[in-house]
Design a binder for this molecule. Structure first.
Ligand code: SF4
Length: 383
């Protein structure tokens, strides 16, 4: 009996040694390739990743030219947005065909108020974002690596467009996270959608370089820009980006005659002073025009600022007052169903043109896109 036991122990020792070797091999493989997902997924022009647009080779790696970060990536590393990787000195996007969220929303939820009120909009996003807002309201998408998203289905641009068309949805929104992160996917969907007569809306932080932005514009109807504040320090400390880059994007959009709506998420004790509202609304008035719709949206405690309270409605109403005093004609409350904060009035004779409550549109009182009383044109897309 004793002899049998000692033979068994030798086999066990060999099995343990083999298991250890196997584990060591797997560990080395993981450590040196950084991500097994990446190796199995990279297949240029395949379903999972695509070579990215807007980058160039530099000594010891590649440089991304898509957003103002202009990340320098050595072999195997990713950009700040978490979804672009240098593999064999080629820059790849890791989120092409990989939406992490798809919904059909009321267009008022974006919020977009000056395009097709009362309609639905097909909305999607992938993981990733070039910025790191401490107050992000969609951080589970924007601050996530693509391989952390569970149950991702491969959906091609053609399939997205078909899904919208077959449900008679007139527009597509690139939203939730930051669409610049999935630039190539967005561009290809938007191009096909535009050719099929659908409208495209980009909801963005505006953190994008001029050349890639210009390539997108022919396919887009409305660009909703999240102007997070007017202080360089605020952008540096709370957003991890440059204010000037966002202002530059807004000026380009104005120069190219694009319909722009601006949203400002008001975060308590961060960007909620009268001076903040005054500076922001004067800048919009002087650089984008008095008819630019501006939203002041309520912050919900989240991500790194979960300790802060939600924005008081009174603060938002104060922002609206300052904006109107500075000459803006279309100022709205965001994330706050209210009696008056979401309606559109004619700036000339105060006729109620669009009555909204929450995400509902109760009444549209327009005649050929104009005020039925005085004939003033309402900027926007109405059919
Ligand atoms: S898109 Fe991503 S990789 Fe490219 S510069 Fe911006 S953060 Fe860096």
């Amino acid at each position: 009996m004793q002899r049998n036991n000692s033979k068994l122990n030798i086999f066990q020792l060999i099995a343990i040694a083999l298991s250890f070797l196997l584990l060591l091999t797997v560990f080395i493989f993981f450590a040196f390739t950084k991500s097994p997902y990446i190796l199995s997924a990279i297949k240029e022009n395949g379903d999972y990743v695509r070579s990215a647009s807007y980058w160039h080779r530099v000594d010891l790696g590649v440089q991304c030219d898509l957003c103002p970060r202009n990340c320098f990536l050595t072999e195997g590393t990713r950009g700040q947005c978490k979804v672009r990787i240098n593999k064999n000195n080629i820059l790849y996007t890791m989120v092409y065909n990989q939406p992490a969220a798809i919904n059909i929303d009321p267009i008022e939820k974006k919020p977009v108020f000056h395009m097709l009120p009362g309609t639905s909009i097909f909305s999607l996003s992938t993981a990733g974002c070039p910025l790191k807002c401490t107050f992000c309201q969609n951080w589970t998408l924007s601050q996530t690596y693509p391989e952390e998203i569970k149950n991702v289905e491969i959906i091609t641009p053609e399939q997205i467009v078909y899904a919208a068309l077959s449900r008679h949805i007139p527009s597509i929104a690139y939203t939730y996270g930051e669409p610049v992160a999935y630039y190539e996917y967005m561009r290809d969907i938007a191009r096909i959608a535009h050719a099929k007569g659908l409208r495209n809306v980009m909801v963005t932080s505006g953190y994008i370089n001029e050349k890639p932005l210009l390539e997108l514009l022919p396919y887009f109807d409305v660009i909703k820009v999240d102007l997070k504040g007017m202080s360089k320090e605020f952008y540096r400390e709370e957003v991890d980006g440059y204010l000037d880059s966002v202002l530059n994007t807004l000026k380009i959009l104005r120069r190219e005659n694009k319909l722009v709506e601006v949203v400002n998420l008001v975060v308590p004790n961060r960007n909620d002073s009268d001076e903040d509202f005054d500076k922001l609304t004067k800048w919009v008035h002087d650089n984008l025009g008095a008819d630019t719709p501006v939203f002041f949206s309520k912050f919900h405690p989240d991500y790194k600022l979960a300790n802060l309270p939600a924005t008081p409605v009174k603060t938002l109403q104060r922002a609206v007052e300052i904006a109107k005093k500075n000459g803006l004609n279309f100022v709205y409350l965001g994330n706050v169903p209210s009696v008056d904060g979401e309606n559109t009035y004619c700036p000339d004779d105060n006729t109620l043109l669009i009555e909204r409550r929450g995400f509902m549109v109760n009444r549209i009182n327009l005649k050929d896109g104009k005020c039925p009383t005085c004939g003033r044109e309402l900027p926007g897309i109405w059919e």
